[in-house]
Design a protein around this ligand. Structure first.
Ligand code: R5P
Length: 308
């Protein structure tokens, strides 16, 4: 029973002090409901407005790609350094300890493989399962200009609507068919369509020319994919320029987990994204951390395990 003794009138009404009504820190997100904003504020760091997401969802169409053969061994040690983990439900349930407190951006489309047409995807996670997994966001691939463009936009619409009902934001990922150029014209078209269809943030590729226009014309935060493995300094330069030109972070996979020293690399990427460290300084940081770091990348051997 509630305690009714000693009831007192409150005195601290701060009459005359207007209640604060601050704009939410992420672009295009001010009209969202509290739960949606709260989840976005887990994926993006409110102090910097940016994120370093670690993308490890490649197996959903590529199988055990280099660096992801054993997510339990190669990825779990990286998780503490990421702001969010982009992953499939299968990898999450089997290979990531539930004690992990990082937000999950759950891969929500799939249904094809590298052996077939990549754009032929469907919604691959029920919203109830996303809630069960405590997802902070859902990720949907959208293939503008590819064979199944219409179907992939339909997948985005379905996931956005399902996520909106539960307060879970949706990340649209712009998949670019092999025959298409990753230039500002294409990326501007793809990212804008994703945002207009209701995506709460969008993942795309960086392009050398005109990326600032792509970022400016996308009314929600943009994060960039790392793409194929580059020399570390080049990957850091790409992240730096993308942030400088308006990206709100990275969702990087191979350029982190395919490094010889992934823990050093993710910290160098963090320095660029959150502290706007210059690429050469961040590279120096990478080299100095690499000297002491355990090698967990693809060239590392199998760890010694005592038999229990
Ligand atoms: C897109 O196809 C998937 O989300 C990839 O698994 C992810 O975007 C790739 O990230 P990265 O290009 O940095 O390896």
């Amino acid at each position: 029973m509630p305690d009714l003794d000693d009831l007192q009138d409150g005195k601290n009404y701060h009459i005359g002090v207007p209640m604060q009504s601050n704009a939410f820190f992420l672009k295009g997100s001010n009209s969202l409901d509290w739960g949606m904003k709260n989840r976005l504020a887990r994926v993006f760091n409110p102090a910097t407005g940016r994120t370093v997401m670690l993308a490890v969802d490649h197996g959903y169409f590529q199988g055990p790609t280099t660096g992801l053969e054993r997510i339990d061994i190669s990825i779990v040690p990286l998780v503490p350094y990421a702001d969010a983990l982009m992953i499939t439900r299968g990898a999450l349930r089997t290979s990531i300890p539930a004690e992990m407190s990082k937000p999950v951006v759950l891969r929500a489309t799939g249904g094809q493989s590298i052996l077939k047409e990549l754009s032929n995807e469907l919604v691959a996670v029920d919203i109830e399962d996303a809630v069960r997994l405590n997802a902070s966001a859902l990720a949907v691939q959208v293939y503008i200009g590819s064979a199944h463009e219409h179907q992939s936009i339909g997948n985005l619409v379905k996931v956005v609507d399902a996520g909106n009902r539960q307060g879970i934001p949706t990340l649209a990922v712009t998949g670019v068919g092999k025959e298409l150029a990753r230039d500002a014209k294409y990326l501007g078209l793809a990212t804008r369509i994703c945002a207009e269809m209701g995506a709460h943030f969008v993942k795309t590729y960086f392009c050398e020319k005109g990326f600032a226009r792509v970022a400016a014309a996308c009314p929600v935060p943009l994060v960039i994919a790392g793409g194929k493995k580059l020399p570390e300094l080049e990957a850091l330069q790409m992240a730096y320029v993308a942030i400088d030109q308006g990206a709100a972070g990275v969702d990087m996979g191979r350029n982190i987990f395919q490094c010889d020293a992934p823990i050093a690399m993710i910290q160098a990427v963090r320095a660029v994204v959150h502290d706007q460290e210059k690429p050469d300084k961040a590279y120096e940081l990478y080299l100095s951390l690499k000297k002491d770091a355990p090698r967990t990348g693809p060239s590392a051997g199998v760890p010694n395990r005592s038999r229990s």
